[in-house]
Design a protein around this ligand. Structure first.
Ligand SMILES: [Zn+2]
Length: 442
């Protein structure tokens, strides 16, 4: 029976029927002999990390599929901050922030003109220089550069993460006002945070609009980079790490900063492998690395962002190509895992990313397969959203994925067993041995 699990996570793999692809999903349209072989040799089904129909971002979906409860989720901002080595105190609030191009209307609204805008490294340096230190009402605000236009914004002081975003995410929409979230409108720290951040973003617009770099861009007829937009504020919070929660030594192999932060937060190790222009080759190298790391880890997350990125271009054909490249990468590297009777291979995605329409992510479930000794074999031999719907795993949700991984690696605790004071999902737990002494217990 398998003792360890390699979870191959094809980010944003799920999709919708696309007219450009004869009303098939990109995964249906793609030629994927290796994924189909894995499906034919194992169990398949559909998976959703949250509730069916509810689109999730990668961070929430990963948190759930790693088996962690929503109330221990710290927010995207702190995860990104941890991943980028941004210094974060326990009470600091962190959020995503990036430079954008905005238009000021006659009503003094700011319209998001371009959420993504390009600048030279020298221009970006000048933008950050314009955003040097800010303090108001005892709250210090710092912009920590994480890559290009992107950064993590931190607020330090008596602050709260319960505030709204300013980034509407869609070009042409007005930026949203920073407001306390419902349930926090009378909380002084939340009200202060909203006020300080509003003033900071107001000043950011004025400083950036007046920066010399934008004068030069105007003469070159380039859009002004005159806004800073924010979203997904959060704060670090206590979290039971993976080893204690599931008895697993975990490793994540990925390229993104957020995955490094999430691994740190969940007590997993992290190995960064950069993306190249060949996603299949990248995936093969990551699986190769996972194969060599199995002596030290029980659970290895191997991640590729390629299907999600291709879907965000809203070109279904680009997603088909990305999937076919990943299948070739899988075929190149998967055999050592399949030959190893100690290994359970799981392939799935964190969410669906539709390569058509206007949604960023969508709420349909994603395909899932389990492959390894002992795994039931169903009759499904096509790994796509429709084929796996007939599979033996049925429709799985949230932390059920991690429970099934514990199950197929013979780690799942029989309900009712009490070897540890805190009931966990894994067995045997990290229990205290029973000892005897020559003295009578009193
Ligand atoms: Zn994702």
């Amino acid at each position: 029976m398998p003792k360890k699990c390699v979870l191959i996570l094809l980010d944003g793999l799920g999709d919708r029927a696309q007219a450009d692809l004869d009303h098939r999903t990109p995964l249906q349209a793609a030629d994927t002999p290796c994924l189909d072989k894995l499906a034919a040799m194992g169990s398949t089904g559909l998976y959703h990390a949250g509730k069916i129909g509810r689109p999730l971002p990668s961070e929430n979906a990963h948190f759930a599929l790693f088996g962690f409860p929503e109330n221990e989720f710290p927010g995207r901002g702190p995860l990104e901050g941890l991943g980028a080595d941004v210094p974060l105190g326990d009470n600091d609030v962190a959020m995503l922030a990036h430079f954008a191009s905005v238009l000021r209307t006659l009503d003094d609204e700011l319209i998001l003109r371009y959420d993504r805008v390009c600048g030279t490294p020298e221009e970006i340096d000048a933008l950050y220089a314009a955003m040097a230190g800010f303090e108001l009402d005892g709250v210090r605000v710092d912009l920590h550069r994480t890559g290009g236009m992107f950064s993590v914004l931190t607020l330090r002081g008596d602050v709260s993460p319960h505030i709204t975003d300013s980034n509407p995410m869609v070009d042409g929409r007005p930026l949203s006002a920073i407001e306390p979230m419902s349930g926090h409108v009378d909380d002084p720290a939340t009200v202060r945070t909203a006020r300080v951040l509003t003033e900071y973003l107001r000043q950011a617009h004025l400083r950036l609009a007046g920066a010399e770099v934008n004068g030069i861009r105007a003469r070159q007829k380039l859009p002004s980079i005159n806004g800073l937009v924010t979203q997904r504020a959060g704060r670090l919070c206590p979290c039971t790490p993976m080893a204690a929660r599931y008895g697993l030594r975990g490793l994540s192999v990925a390229s993104g900063v957020m995955y490094r932060g999430m691994a740190r937060f969940l007590g997993m190790d992290f190995h960064r492998m950069k993306d190249s222009s060949d996603p299949g080759r990248d995936l093969a190298r990551r699986i190769d690395f996972a194969s060599t790391a199995l002596d030290w880890y029980d659970f290895i997350h191997v991640h590729t962002k390629a299907p999600d990125q291709a879907a965000h271009t809203k070109r279904p054909g680009a997603k088909v190509k990305a999937i076919e490249s990943l299948d070739k990468g899988l075929a190149e590297a998967i055999d050592p895992l399949l030959r190893n009777d100690d290994v359970l291979v799981v392939v799935t995605a964190d969410h669906s990313t539709p390569s058509g329409g206007t949604l960023i992510h969508s709420g349909e479930p994603v395909p899932l397969l389990f492959n390894g000794p002992g795994v039931r074999r169903d009759g499904v031999d096509r790994f796509d959203e429709i084929g796996v719907a007939c599979g033996a795993l049925g429709s799985m949700r949230g932390d059920e994925l991690m429970h099934m991984i514990l199950n197929y690696t013979d780690r799942a605790r029989l309900g009712g067993i009490r070897d540890t004071p805190v009931t966990r999902a894994h067995w045997p737990g990290d229990y205290r041995p029973f000892t005897v002494t020559d003295r009578e217990e009193r």
